[in-house]
Design a protein around this ligand. Sequence first.
Ligand SMILES: [Zn+2]
Ligand SMILES: [Zn+2]
Ligand SMILES: [Zn+2]
Length: 257
Amino acid sequence: MTFLGTGTSSGVPMIGCSCDVCRSTDSRDTRLRPSIHVNVPGQASILIDTTPDFRQQALTAGIERVDAILFTHSHADHILGLDDIRRYNWIQGGPIPCYAAPVTWDDIRRTFHYAFDGVQRMGGGIPRIDRHDIDGPFAVGPVRVVPVPLWHGDAPILGFRFGTFAYLTDCNRLDDRAWELVDGVETLVIDALRDKKHSTHFTVAEALEVIARLTPKRAYLTHMSHDLGHAATSARLPAGVDLAYDGLVLDVHVDVE
Ligand SMILES: [Zn+2]
Ligand SMILES: [Zn+2]
Ligand SMILES: [Zn+2]
């Protein structure tokens, strides 16, 4: 899997900010909006979320096809790049299967109404989306995916587990059902916005508490704000826990049916 973006909704650097992290020359302090690509060679190319930076992320990571897009939730930093799947519609000659909870689809349909309203328009194309509602575990080709219920403030959202890998972005609490679903995970990616308490995101300390309870072999923090400089924050993390950064590639084990 590749981290396409590891920043919070504003990205890092933030527009108009001259703090040390926003002016950092360490490339790991440049964070696009949060997304990952899970590529199971010869089996499935799976994208989680389509950020406002999606086009640049796809170019940088060299993503040549997309077999499915999984949406965690409908916040702008996770969906606004959806129009750019038009290129994959063209390359692959059809709609792209997209998976989301019904509540997320309601927002996607409203935001990208022109892709759903059936109105014929002159000129440019529309993203062609094959809607799949998530109501339990499912498979993308042979790759098994387990949705993990999370709380993002008072909004229910989804994390995803593939084999021994789980991606839990945008959350400040795991649902009671989630603990069992992520039990035994060896590689955990989890939200850690900053150190200061936040109403919808884990702090670094809170993320470390979840990691301590789940005891994965390795854990990576994501969705970071400019409060967390890469080098300084990394230096104070316990063994086996690291900050993710854009472009970081991990080998993970997925379940293939
Ligand atoms: Zn977000
Ligand atoms: Zn800043
Ligand atoms: Zn969010």
